[in-house]
Design a protein around this ligand. Structure first.
Ligand code: ADP
Ligand code: MG
Length: 237
C-alpha cells in the first residue's frame, strides 16, 4: 500500500525533532530512513505506527487518512532492534498473538502461522521458546509476527543492530527476500549506509529532523546533494 506523510512536525516540549517532513512510500517499495543517531528516524517510525501523535501534518495509508486513527486500529507490522518476543510463549503463540484479538478458528490460525513460519524459514521451530533460539531465529519470529496480519506497512527499526557480523549479512538478504516475496511496503530505519544501500529501493537521508536527500542508492552515491550526504555514504568529494 502507498503511504504518504504530509508536512509532518513533531515536538517534545519545546524541542522540535521533526520539521515539516513530507515523504511518499510507493506500494511494494522498501525505503530506508538513514541518518546519524538522534536525527529523528525512530520518531518518524513511531508516528507511522501511531505510538506518537503528530503535532502537525497528515498521514495517509492508500487514500485513507489515518492521522487520528489509534495505533491499535492501524494495520502495521513492527520489528524492533531487540525483537520484543514474549518469553513465556512458544514460537507458535508469539506469531499467532496478533490474531488473538480477532475471532478466527483454530484451523485458520494454524494455517496462517504455518504459512508465514515457512516463508521465514522457522516452520520447524514452532514449539520452541524464544530462549531456545539463536538471534537470527528470534528475528525471524519477530518478522513472522509482524507479517501475520498482512499489514499495510512493515516497519523495521534497526533490526540488524543486535546481530553479529555474519548473521547481519545473512539477515540483510533474508529480510529483503521476505519483503519482495510478500510485496509489502516497508520502511527500514538504520544508521548503517551499507545496509540501506544493499536492501532498499530508495533511501531518504535525514539530518536534524529533515530529509536532506531522497533517491535510489546508486543515484545518491553518484550524485550526493551535499558534503553531509557524501560523507555519510562513505563517498566524500
Ligand atoms: P534516531 O532514531 O534517529 O536515533 P529519535 O527519533 O529516537 O532518533 O530521536 C530524535 C530526537 O528526539 C533525539 O534528540 C531524541 O533525544 C529526541 N526524543 C526522542 N524521543 C523522545 C521523547 N519521548 N521525549 C523527548 N525527546 C525525545
Ligand atoms: Mg532510533
Amino acid at each position: 500500500m502507498r503511504i504518504s506523510i504530509e508536512n509532518f512536525t513533531k515536538s517534545f516540549g519545546d524541542t522540535t525533532v521533526i520539521e515539516d517532513m513530507s515523504l511518499e512510500i510507493g506500494d511494494g517499495e522498501m525505503l530506508a530512513l538513514l541518518g546519524p543517531s538522534g536525527c529523528g528516524k525512530s520518531t518518524t517510525l513511531f508516528a507511522i505506527c501511531g505510538i506518537h501523535r503528530m503535532n502537525a501534518g497528515r498521514l495517509l495509508f492508500g487514500d485513507a487518512d489515518v492521522t487520528e486513527v489509534s495505533s491499535q486500529k492501524r494495520n502495521v507490522g513492527v520489528v524492533f532492534q531487540n525483537y520484543a518476543l514474549y518469553p513465556h510463549m512458544n514460537v507458535y503463540e508469539n506469531i499467532a498473538f496478533p490474531l488473538k484479538v480477532r475471532k478466527e478458528s483454530r484451523a485458520e490460525v494454524d494455517r496462517k502461522v504455518q504459512e508465514i513460519a515457512d516463508l521465514v524459514h522457522i516452520g520447524e521451530l514452532l514449539q520452541r521458546r524464544p530462549v531456545q533460539l539463536s538471534g537470527g531465529q528470534q528475528q525471524r519470529v519477530a518478522l513472522a509476527r509482524a507479517l501475520i496480519r498482512k499489514p499495510d506497512i512493515l516497519l523495521l527499526d534497526e533490526p540488524l543492530a543486535n546481530l553479529d557480523a555474519k548473521l547481519r549479512l545473512e539477515m540483510r538478504s533474508e529480510i529483503r527476500r521476505i519483503q519482495l516475496a510478500t510485496g509489502i511496503t516497508a520502511v527500514l530505519v538504520t544508521h548503517d549506509q551499507v545496509e540501506a544501500m544493499s536492501m532498499c529501493d530508495r533511501i531518504a537521508i535525514m539530518d536534524k529532523g529533515r530529509i536532506v536527500q531522497l533517491s535510489t542508492p546508486k543515484d545518491m552515491y553518484e550524485n550526493p546533494s551535499s558534503a553531509f550526504v557524501a560523507g555519510f555514504l562513505g563517498n566524500p568529494p
